[in-house]
Ligand binder design. Sequence first.
Ligand code: CDP
Ligand code: CDP
Length: 210
Amino acid sequence: SLAGVVIAVDGPAAAGKGTLARRLAESLGLSYLDTGLLYRATGRRLLDEGADPADPARAEAAARALTPEDLRRPDLRGPAADRAASAVAAIPAVRAALLDWQRDFGRTHGAVLDGRDIGTVVFPEAPVKLFVTASDEERARRRWLELRGRGVEADPAQVLAELRARDAQDASRATAPMKPAGDALLLDTTALDAEAAFAAAWALVRERLG
Ligand code: CDP
Ligand code: CDP
């Protein structure tokens, strides 16, 4: 039985982690948690307060005060929210404040979690870990299309530059940097649409779970 199984899906921005993780969860009857929302909601609280998202004490307090409603806010996407999320995510006390909550979620339901450090820090014992990538240009194209779908005509070069800057920050921070776990399965989706990426991931997951 899959009850209690945790699947980790990590990777850089707009690689298709969420789309894939949600589908895996549905197919396996597991819960799904988008852990990026925790950092986005924390960063958003600081923006609301007019505080610097890189302020450790304010950011920790905001992370500890998160409510389920915060995670449902409609303004958690977009360039300002992206930057604020990455800034608070570099603060060790913020990550510590969110750790138990993520672990409890996974342990209670069995779940697919997507983020940056699920396979390395949150659930290093997860039996299945995927690290989803795609070229920078393809990921920027996907994010640009998403923005357009929300009525935002962004500058493609700026979307690419912001995505690269955020990946660099996420990969270089001292605490829980974005990186594949040693036993992660790498899935390059540059040439795969969401359907093909799911099919490839499904085969890998079936193989690992036996
Ligand atoms: O969670 P993450 O930021 O990694 O990406 P996402 O929100 O799941 O996907 C970003 C966009 O890429 C969405 O509009 C997806 O439909 C699209 N996409 C995908 O998810 N997977 C592919 N293989 C190709 C495109
Ligand atoms: O959808 P996208 O990949 O652009 O971002 P996200 O997954 O919603 O994550 C937003 C930001 O939160 C990332 O740039 C990271 O700085 C941070 N994050 C993290 O540090 N650890 C996680 N497990 C999830 C997100």
